[in-house]
Design a protein around this ligand. Structure first.
Ligand SMILES: Cc1cc2nc3c(=O)[nH]c(=O)nc-3n(C[C@H](O)[C@H](O)[C@H](O)COP(=O)(O)OP(=O)(O)OC[C@H]3O[C@@H](n4cnc5c(N)ncnc54)[C@H](O)[C@@H]3O)c2cc1C
Length: 511
């Protein structure tokens, strides 16, 4: 990272060195190697593919210092440093609850449409303070990274998944593609290989690289792949190959009000003989810890609090969009349409309820911390994936063809010949043509444009493949004893009767 935090705006106290928006944007101007449309991006903060998304993140950093948000968003950690409330470990249900409110406050600034705001990776980084010893002999890396991360509120992306080169082969047989150590040096390691999908990575400070928890690493043969490390975005030999930019393709704020400012580009990260200093390494050639840190750190428990709170905010927007959409179409008084609105509100209520359960009924974690209970967090991985397609389908069923009843561009309204025609034929039941089209373009960007469609893919996949998220719930139930309790309850029910009738005297049966 080329720029120190707060360079643009020095803070008054030694304990507050969180970035502000200007400092954050300045910190992105370094030697990072980002490619899009065949060219290297000279400055991510001014490039039309990324500049508004960067500004959306800058807005979050400004909020940390804004008196309107500061007390909700920030607090003091146990070392006396001011940080975002989810960037530090939580030691009580009350602290988790306040961390949720901080997540929500940030999320509202992108209406839940940015999944990988800096608080996402705080789910793991915050845990480095409560039990750095787990990463021994790299525990000092964990301590130092927590201190730096929390005090500056750094923005990390993470890249856990190996590209889909060949899923039928074990990881160590795809060494030409998958990230592995090439060479060990006195001062660190050299790594090569690719990872997917670094959401938002172009506008972060560093990438966190590890193996996906679903991957099984052969104890002996896969040691070179058993790594957890952090690479600053200006790491030499690291390239980001970006997907097409929905921000750059957006025509105007009126036509694409979400994609034009909240597009977190998903990139493939490629390391070619990149140097990673020991202080950025957490796990090295240790197959057990390369996977084990997920469960041990309770990373999933915490990231699902961020993810569910963010999705709850997004659902608030969806409730509002649907309510306005049916009113505009004049269908809001029909019983079936009202039931559909009720269903979306039901999803919304379920998500908010789950955030409350995750905070107020937590479980103990290493180092005296508390985290959302595994049952709740892991279960939300399943229902989060079901929620979004269900809600999206309601929009498509009940707003139907009206979802495409809008002209190609805001420019059509600027054409004096066309304007009166549009005013007449595109008006809604209760609003003008401009208001109607403004609303429906927002709805379409939320669910139907390339940006909107990518959101469905995101909600359905980002916590793991659809089988893995269910298998993890099963594994959890086996370990916690929940499965045994359920089987015992079933056995009890079956023990109360047989071929001879009831086994006890409670009930009667006339043979
Ligand atoms: C929009 C978006 C953003 C993302 N952002 C990030 C990010 O920032 N960081 C990150 O690390 N990841 C990210 N991801 C990746 C995401 O975590 C993965 O897509 C998800 O974990 C599923 O993994 P996969 O895509 O490799 O699918 P797979 O794991 O390959 O699963 C696809 C299907 O193939 C089958 N399958 C695969 N392997 C096997 C096997 N060995 N045996 C039997 N069946 C198998 C399963 O049936 C599964 O349903 C993102 C994904 C999306 C869509």
């Amino acid at each position: 990272m080329a720029n120190a935090p707060g360079e643009s705006t020095p803070r008054e106290t030694g304990t507050d060195s969180m970035y502000d928006g200007a400092g954050y944007l300045a910190s992105l101007r370094d030697a990072r190697e980002i490619y899009i449309y065949g060219e290297r991006v000279p400055d991510v903060t001014t490039h039309p593919a990324f500049r508004n998304a960067c500004r959306s993140i800058a807005r979050l950093y400004d909020a940390l210092h804004d008196p309107k948000h500061r007390d909700t968003l920030t607090g003091i950690d146990r070392s006396g440093v001011r940080t975002h409330k989810f960037f530090k470990p939580c030691y009580s249900a009350q602290e988790l609850w306040e961390a949720r409110d901080a997540i929500v406050d940030w999320s509202r600034l992108s209406y839940g449409y940015m999944g990988r705001t800096p608080d996402y990776k705080a789910a793991l980084m915050g845990t480095l303070a409560s039990e750095p010893e787990y990463y021994a002999p790299f525990d000092e890396s964990a301590r130092k990274w927590y201190a730096r991360y929390s005090s500056q509120c750094l923005f990390l992306n993470h890249c856990l998944i190996n590209p889909p080169t060949d899923r039928s082969r074990p990881v160590h047989e795809v060494g030409d593609v998958y990230v592995h150590v090439v060479k060990e040096r006195d001062d660190g390691i050299i790594v090569s290989g690719a990872k997917m999908l670094g959401t938002g990575s172009a506008m972060t400070h560093a990438t966190f690289v590890a193996q996906n928890s679903a991957v099984t690493l052969d104890k002996e043969k896969a040691k070179d792949f058993a790594l957890v490390f952090i690479a600053p975005m200006d790491t030499a030999g690291m390239k980001l190959i970006c997907r097409a930019s929905y921000e750059q393709n957006a025509q105007s704020p009126f036509d694409h009000p979400l994609s034009s400012r909240f597009d977190e580009n998903d990139a493939v990260l490629i390391f070619e003989n990149s140097f990673i200093a020991w202080e950025n390494v957490f796990v090295y050639r240790d197959t057990e810890r390369a996977n084990g840190f997920y469960r041990h750190s309770r990373f999933v428990n915490r990231f699902m609090l961020q993810a569910t709170s963010r999705l709850a905010v997004k659902l608030d927007l969806m409730v509002g969009l649907f309510a306005k959409g049916i009113e505009t179409n004049g269908t809001d008084a029909f019983r079936g349409v009202q039931a559909a609105l009720g269903e979306i509100i039901g999803w919304r209520n379920l998500l908010w309820g789950m955030t409350a359960a995750m905070c107020l009924d937590p479980e103990n974690a290493p180092g005296g911390a508390v985290v959302p209970k595994q049952e709740y967090a892991y279960t939300m991985r399943i229902f989060g994936t079901q929620c979004w397609p269900a809600v999206r389908q309601i929009f498509e069923k009940f707003l139907s063809g009206s979802l495409l009843v809008f002209p190609s561009s805001y420019k059509d309204f600027l054409n004096p010949d066309l304007r009166p025609v549009l005013e007449k034929y595109y008006r809604g039941a209760s609003v003008s043509a401009v208001e109607r089209i403004k609303l429906f373009k927002l709805i379409w960007d939320a669910i139907g444009t390339e940006f909107g469609a990518r959101h469905e893919l995101y909600e359905m996949n980002y916590t793991g493949n659809h089988e893995q998220i269910r298998l993890d719930v099963l594994t959890g139930a086996r370990k916690s004893g929940i499965l045994d309790q359920c089987i015992a309850l079933t056995d009890q029910c079956m023990s109360e009767y047989g071929l001879e009738g009831w086994t006890g005297s409670t009930w009667v049966w006339d043979k």
